[in-house]
Design a protein around this ligand. Structure first.
Ligand SMILES: [Fe+2]
Ligand SMILES: [Fe+2]
Length: 272
């Protein structure tokens, strides 16, 4: 099933990216294409789709919440480019690898600074050195919650919202579930959904951080992110009720394709 999911995601993502790029400005498009131009190790097969979801999510957060697109969009587009400098051999995310988290943020910050400073359509008088610095700083710190470090600025938290809207997206949710199933850490998709729900719907940021010492479980900051996240939980619940995990692999492949297409339509419809 994981193989079908990978194949369908890989097949559809270029078309999704083209649709998204038609909504980006010239500078954002250049940056998006810079990320499309790098290659990721096999274990990072989902990077292009992650980038599609995070960039599209950030665009809708900027639209609905009136955020600073000039800082947040370049950060969203470039934030995980540092993974291209890392060698990862196994499928899926290894959420607990602290070294990997730090390494991809550090490498990404250096790569992003080079790209931003070399982007002709990013004139200094508009975006300026401080802007590049803020973008690079968001990238250098974006996974702080996984290494027990706090976020200092609102823009860092807004970026976290967009990055987090990937977790419950179709491809991400089932890839993680299938990976966990493989390791025997989890046996039912219902339990898995419940666990995800607990990590998304906590009482308050402060309480959670205080109790667990873990910034990983901070809830969404923006109401739009919460609204989009709620809709993702509704979609995953519907699929599980429809028996997605018990499907014959061939049916699962077809079903995944349909759901990914619906999801892209939904995400892109949020942009205007
Ligand atoms: Fe990251
Ligand atoms: Fe990310």
């Amino acid at each position: 099933m994981l193989e079908s999911l990978i194949a369908v995601t890989d097949f559809l993502t270029p078309a999704f990216s083209e649709r998204l790029k038609s909504r980006l400005n010239d500078k954002e498009k250049l940056l998006y294409e810079a990320v499309e131009g790098v290659t990721f190790a096999e274990g990072n097969w989902y990077r292009p789709h992650h980038n599609f979801i995070v960039t599209a999510s950030m665009l809708s957060l900027c639209f609905w919440e009136g955020l600073d697109r000039n800082v947040l969009m370049p950060a969203a587009i470039l934030h995980d480019i540092g993974y291209s400098a890392l060698k990862i051999s196994k499928y899926g995310a290894d959420w607990n690898s602290r070294d990997k988290r730090i390494a991809h943020m550090e490498a990404g910050a250096v790569m992003a600074a080079d790209i931003l400073k070399g982007t002709a359509s990013m004139p200094a008088e508009v975006d300026g050195v401080e802007r590049v610095e803020e973008i690079v700083e968001i990238i250098r710190t974006h996974d702080n919650c996984y290494i027990g470090e706090p976020y200092e600025t609102d823009n860092q938290l807004y970026h976290r919202d967009a990055d987090r809207l990937y977790v419950m997206s179709f491809s991400s949710f089932y890839k993680d579930f299938l990976n966990y199933l493989d390791t025997g850490k989890i046996t039912s998709v219902e339990d898995y959904l419940l666990g995800r729900g607990l990590s998304f719907y906590n009482e308050s940021k402060e309480e959670v951080v205080e109790e667990s010492g873990n910034y990983k479980y901070i809830p969404f900051t923006l109401m739009t992110a919460k609204r989009l996240g709620d809709e993702q939980f509704r979609q995953r619940t519907e699929e599980i009720n429809q028996g997605v995990i018990d499907m014959h692999p061939e049916h699962f492949a077809k079903y995944s394709k349909d759901r990914l297409l619906l999801e892209a339509d939904w995400i892109l419809s949020e942009l205007s």
